[in-house]
Design a protein around this ligand. Structure first.
Ligand code: ADP
Ligand code: MG
Length: 339
């Protein structure tokens, strides 16, 4: 019986058997401040995984470590192409001084050893930023072509051949444009292709950032608060876009998100951070009824007041009654000694 249970639950917990990314004992210190403390979690291949937690919990810092913007103080960050945990290959790579290692059906990468541009182009991890970072003076199309710059340069052989339009370069350029057009269509930006990115409304700029990341052909897409500032209709469209990316392209998505509606609706797996440490890890049903999670969200102040109400709604729905929520909150607050 016990065996059946573990097989059954294993089938739904891709992050255990087939993780595209493993963050292992990650610590990031800034002087005396420990932003991320001994954090471990797995991201399932083909899953939408949400990283949530109050402001200052360390979420963006985790992204910055995964994508090579920060060098972690301690810890290992494993990215895998091809199915399975590939434990032997990962250990071989760790024992060597190399950044990546291939086997017959895939490769593993140690991201903490790699620079941001090789993480993007070789390990195939793409990201968007909490504060939009586009080339606002360039057109939408140009932003999407610049994202593929490295591929174009490789095809040109880094020589004047590119300028002379040798066939290899011409082909790559055609593919880059095709890819840009494809993602402009999917993100509703095709009519704005020739407009400067800076002229687009906020929601469209957010979609352009995702289109730009997808143009690099990522295996893992990291999105830092993509729904921030979106209205409910745009937020629903974002849900659809993320599900399309996962379902049609098989791209794994790691999502930092404050909008609990988005998180609970589309996530296969949720990891909750508080003060740089993991306080919960599981599917939506497990996480949203966890008293520690509720307490962490209700412990935050100021600008998050509205979101707390939202959380309360979601939780109330999950556990069935407001009274029960109140009871759980009291218990969580009493035990946890909220500051
Ligand atoms: N470059 C940095 N230098 C110093 N402290 C930082 C730096 N980046 C983040 N921090 C600190 O680390 C903590 C976590 O921040 P962050 O990862 O941005 O949180 P979140 O994204 O969950 O809101 C905060 O206390 C923040 O001030
Ligand atoms: Mg952040």
């Amino acid at each position: 019986m016990a065996q059946t249970t573990s097989v059954e639950s294993g089938a739904h917990r891709r992050w255990e058997n087939d993780p595209v990314l493993s963050v292992e004992r990650l610590t990031m210190r800034f002087g005396g401040l420990v932003a991320v403390n001994d954090l471990s979690f797995d991201v399932g291949r083909g899953d939408i995984t949400a990283l949530i937690g109050p402001n200052g919990a360390g979420k963006t810092t985790v992204f910055n470590c995964v994508t090579g913007f920060y060098k972690p103080t301690e810890g290992r960050i494993v990215m895998r192409h091809g199915a399975g945990r590939k434990n032997d290959l990962v250990e071989e790579l760790t024992a060597s001084s190399a950044q990546h290692k291939s086997d017959g059906d895939g490769a593993v990468f140690l991201l903490e050893r790699m620079a941001d541009f090789t993480i993007s182009h070789r390990a195939r991890v793409a990201r968007t930023f909490q504060n939009i970072r586009l080339f606002s003076g360039m057109t939408v199309l140009e932003n999407l072509l610049v994202a593929q710059h490295n591929k174009l340069m490789v095809a040109s052989g880094y020589t004047i051949g590119g300028v002379l339009m040798l066939p290899g370069y011409r082909k790559a350029r055609g593919e880059a444009v095709d890819r840009a057009v494809y993602w402009m269509e999917r993100t509703g930006l095709i009519d704005r292709a020739d407009d400067p990115a800076g002229d687009l409304p906020y929601g469209a700029q957010r979609r352009l950032e995702i289109a730009r990341a997808m143009c690099t052909g990522p295996h893992l897409l990291c999105l830092d608060e993509p729904a921030a500032g979106l209205n409910p209709r745009e937020s629903a469209e974002l849900n659809e876009l993320l599900q399309f990316i996962r379902n049609e392209h098989g791209t794994s998505i790691l999502l930092i998100e404050h909008d609990m509606g988005v998180v609970m609706e589309i996530s296969d797996h949720i990891i909750v951070l508080d003060y740089g440490e993991k306080i919960a890890d599981g599917d939506a049903d497990q996480v949203k009824t966890d008293p520690k999670v509720i307490a962490a969200y209700l412990g935050v102040e100021d600008e998050e007041v509205l979101e707390q109400a939202e959380v309360l709604e979601v939780v109330a729905e999950a556990v069935g009654s407001k009274e029960e929520v109140a009871r759980k909150i009291q218990r969580g607050g009493g035990e946890g000694g909220k500051q």
